[in-house]
Ligand binder design. Structure first.
Ligand code: C3B
Length: 814
């Protein structure tokens, strides 16, 4: 790896030794690995700080436009390794630590994942921050410093158990508390009108207050001295108010505020693509939005005198509907605090806010009951009412007499506040996250909005950062690539296409496949250590890792494994290449059917892995506690990438891109970004099956299909389904999986049986392809070579040019 930033090895070693001493009163020889991790991180932070300061000086000097990426989730994973990679001295630090007698890999393993997110949406936000810093764009990530992040998953008797993620228990060496930037956030009470100088002011009274205190986490750009900020907000009780209350004997109120503050940031809601409608969740949303928007305005005013210029200096990018209360909060600040009139404030707001849609799943759309919304946020609700009133007038003037339009587009309807509609009304840009997804938004989900203002809509196909998911996660492949084409791919992933010429050369094929094999051994060791299961690195590693959701169809995958097992047991001529089916998935704590699918996977694993008669032809492994840090090992080791969602349901997917980059073949439906993956790599280098999105949507328009027809006509399907209820995988309780059986037979909302035969066929094809070693090597190498488009650097360049209008900044250290 090219060293872009100087590194003083001896100085670094000294600093680590000193840090251990001052932090723990210990000589380095007696330090625990956790203590060494802390000491190393503080030494690295020292190097980051100067760049962090220099970056912000430059931003201030240039009075740059800044994007505020507002997100309830940032799934950052571990920081140390990534920071070292982006400081370009990972290898040098590895060497320094070797000399001190420590293994950097083991030191990295001491760090808990910062799991302030659920899955794709949160990880996308983290990849975006990495790209923003690397490209030199002024940006803040704004979120919540959850006391407990995504739960830790343990598997007990095959069932998922959720354990609290106490990620801050040893402290977070990289964060910095910034009490000087604290702001107040108000909840509840009522609004009264006060007339001053002939103008009505709306004043919230009788409210509860929480102090929002930011913690800043550095986001290091690759080799460019740029350090941006992830600002996550903690909640504290308002001390002054509390003292005041104690004086007046309002002890209860003081305690109440203490509790309010504590509970707001207590825990991340573990729902992915699902809205639960809890009051505390709305509190979390308003809490971090109010704090972030207030702070952004204060910062703007330090350098700019006219608030009308806000859109020239600030964009609020709203990551899904979760932060869209920002539209009303900005209106409130502009009117109530800056004294603007409605039209003026609305003009500024709608040129400052932009919205990204991440899902068409109906159950994920946030719709707050008006009763709850107006009680918790009385002033904000008033503003939403007025936004809605004016928006409905506009609809009526464009479509006179068309009640359907009002019904479909109003922000307030049926006693609910529709957050997506608020977002669209208040934004200058609405984007989807893959070409197919954006098309579905325009043509179906948001058709009326698209017709009203087509120029507002645009697509930004997701991406991933190659710095974490190749350079850090797959060092063997990374250095092989650098050997062949130089290291510019680290910041310009489209360079990978230069690898195409190697894909047909036998010598390079062998090198590439040998690296894959080494990575499979690494994963096999992890599985042995964590699951106690032996897997053969020579078998096909067929992997599905992602959140557990019915639409992602892990059930289809395991049903196929059951089918294959039946073939092996009953059909003497059945020939299959040994395959290891690897799963990793967390289910939301309250999602019963998803948890039952986890139990099924583990039950099938138990039976198959212990059946000596099949000679290890199939192994099934469920990797516990799938998260960013073990994901890096998994992507590097995969042969086959399972991307099998019901077509039209997966907005984009980003795991699919990580597998491709690391040289795996996609086995998938034409859904989300799979469509674009196939476009890049060519149909012959992926295996596609199943209904297309239009077909799925046509069935849905026409009331579904009848799964019983398939049950009646396909004996293999019938056998597999029967095994769900005959105790084959649940001898102690034959009815355990009946819910899954019933759901498939009666509705099959996700077209699992409909796609089953085609999926079996696709697996046969993988089997055949894998046996042809040379062609397989060519396929996987072309997948890596064609992954350039899926860098989040490309995605961020598009956002920066087409939505944010940002300028790049160069940072030098004096
Ligand atoms: C996810 C979608 O399910 C993925 O298809 C997509 O790639 C990512 O967002 C990023 O755009 N998503 C999520 O993780 N959580 C939601 N609440 C909604 C969408």
């Amino acid at each position: 790896m090219k060293k872009l930033i100087d590194f003083d090895k001896e100085g670094f070693k000294k600093e680590v030794i000193t840090n251990v001493k001052t932090l723990y009163r210990r000589p380095i020889e007696e330090a625990t690995p956790q203590q060494v991790f802390q000491a190393v991180s503080y030494a690295v932070k020292d190097d980051i700080i100067d760049r962090w300061i220099a970056t912000h000086k430059e931003y201030e000097k240039k009075n740059v436009k800044t994007v505020y990426y507002l997100s309830m989730e940032f799934l950052m994973g571990r920081a140390l390794g990534n920071n070292l990679i982006n400081l370009t001295y990972y290898d040098a630090v590895k060497e320094a630590l070797d000399e001190l007698g420590f293994d950097l890999n083991l030191i990295e393993d001491q760090e808990p994942d910062a799991a302030l997110g659920n899955g794709g949406l949160g990880r996308l936000a983290a990849c975006f921050l990495d790209s923003l810093a690397t490209l030199g764009y002024p940006a803040y990530g704004c979120g919540i410093r959850y006391r407990y992040g995504m739960f830790k998953q343990a598997i007990k008797d095959g069932y998922q158990i959720e354990l609290p993620d106490d990620w801050l228990k040893d402290g977070n060496p990289f964060e910095i508390k910034r009490p000087e930037y604290a702001v107040e956030v108000k909840f509840g009470g009522y609004v009264r009108v006060e007339n001053r100088d002939g103008r009505n002011y709306f004043i919230q009274d009788g409210y509860q207050t929480v102090r929002a205190v930011p913690y800043d986490v550095p986001v290091v750009g690759y080799g460019n001295n740029v350090v941006n900020t992830l600002r996550i907000w903690d909640a504290e009780a308002d001390q002054e108010f509390c003292l005041d209350s104690f004086d007046k004997g309002e002890y209860e109120k003081a305690v109440e505020q203490q509790n309010l503050a504590k509970t707001i940031v207590e825990v991340l809601y573990p729902n992915d693509n699902h809205y639960a409608g809890k009051e505390l969740r709305l509190r979390q949303q308003y809490f971090f939005i109010s704090a972030s928007v207030q702070r952004a305005i204060l910062k703007f005013k330090e350098k700019n005198s006219d608030i009308h210029n806000l859109p020239d200096k600030v964009t609020f990018q709203m990551n899904d509907t979760h932060p869209t209360v920002a539209v009303a909060e900005l209106m409130r600040i502009l009117m109530d605090e800056e004294g603007l009139e409605w039209d003026d404030a609305w003009d500024i707001t709608t040129r400052t806010c932009a919205y990204t849609n991440h899902t068409i799943m109906a159950e994920a759309l946030e719709k707050w009951p008006i009763e709850l919304f107006s009680r918790l946020l009385p002033r904000i609700y008033q503003i939403v009412e007025e936004i809605n009133r004016r928006f409905v007038l506009k609809i009526q003037s464009m479509y006179p007499g068309n009640q359907d339009k009002v019904k479909n587009m109003a922000i307030l309807y049926d006693g609910q506040v529709k957050m997506a509609h608020l977002a669209i009304a208040g934004s200058y840009s609405v984007n989807g996250v893959a070409a197919l997804h954006t098309k579905i938004l325009e043509e179906r989900e948001l058709k009326d909005f698209y017709e009203m203002r087509p120029e507002q809509f645009n697509n930004k196909t997701n991406g991933i950062t190659q710095r974490r998911f190749l350079l850090h996660g797959n060092p063997l492949l990374a250095s092989w690539i650098t050997d062949k084409i130089g290291d510019e791919w680290i910041v310009k992933l489209s360079n990978l296409k230069k690898l195409k010429v190697y894909a047909t050369d036998e010598k390079y094929q062998q090198e590439f496949m040998n690296i894959k094999y080494q990575n499979k051994i690494r994963l096999a060791n992890y599985i042995k250590e964590h699951n106690g299961v032996d897997v053969d690195p020579r078998s096909i590693f067929d992997v599905q890792v992602k959140r557990l959701h019915e639409y992602k169809r892990q059930l289809l995958n395991i049903l196929h494994v059951m089918y294959q097992y039946n073939e092996l047991k009953t059909n003497p001529s059945y020939d299959m290449y040994p395959t290891t089916y690897i799963f990793g998935a967390k289910a939301s704590a309250g999602y019963k059917r998803a948890k039952l699918i986890i139990k099924l996977i583990n039950s099938v694993a138990d039976v198959i892995n212990n059946d000596a008669s099949i000679k290890g032809k199939i192994k099934v492994v469920f990797i516990e506690n799938y998260r960013v840090s073990n994901a890096e090992l998994i992507f590097a080791a995969a042969d086959v990438s399972e991307q099998i969602s019901t077509a039209s349901r997966e907005a984009s997917g980003t795991g699919n891109m990580k597998f491709m980059l690391n040289g795996a073949v996609t086995l998938g439906t034409m859904d989300g970004a799979n469509v674009e993956i196939v476009e890049e790599v060519g149909e012959e280098n992926a295996v596609i099956f199943g209904l297309r999105a239009e077909e799925v949507m046509k069935y849905e328009r026409e009331g579904g299909y009848n799964p019983k027809d398939i049950y009646n006509n396909d004996a293999a399907v019938r056998t597999v389904l029967t095994q769900l209820i005959n105790g084959m995988y649940s001898s102690d309780d034959p009815d355990r999986f009946r819910d899954l059986y019933d759901s498939l037979i009666n509705e099959d909302v996700y077209f699992i049986l409909k796609d089953f035969a085609s999926y079996v066929e696709a697996h046969r094809k993988i089997d055949t392809l894998y046996r042809d070693e040379k062609n397989w090597a060519k396929m996987v190498m072309l997948n890596t070579a064609c992954a350039g488009k899926f860098s989040s650097d490309r995605t961020i360049e598009e956002y920066a040019k087409e939505i944010w209008n940002l300028k790049k900044v160069k940072v030098t250290l004096d």
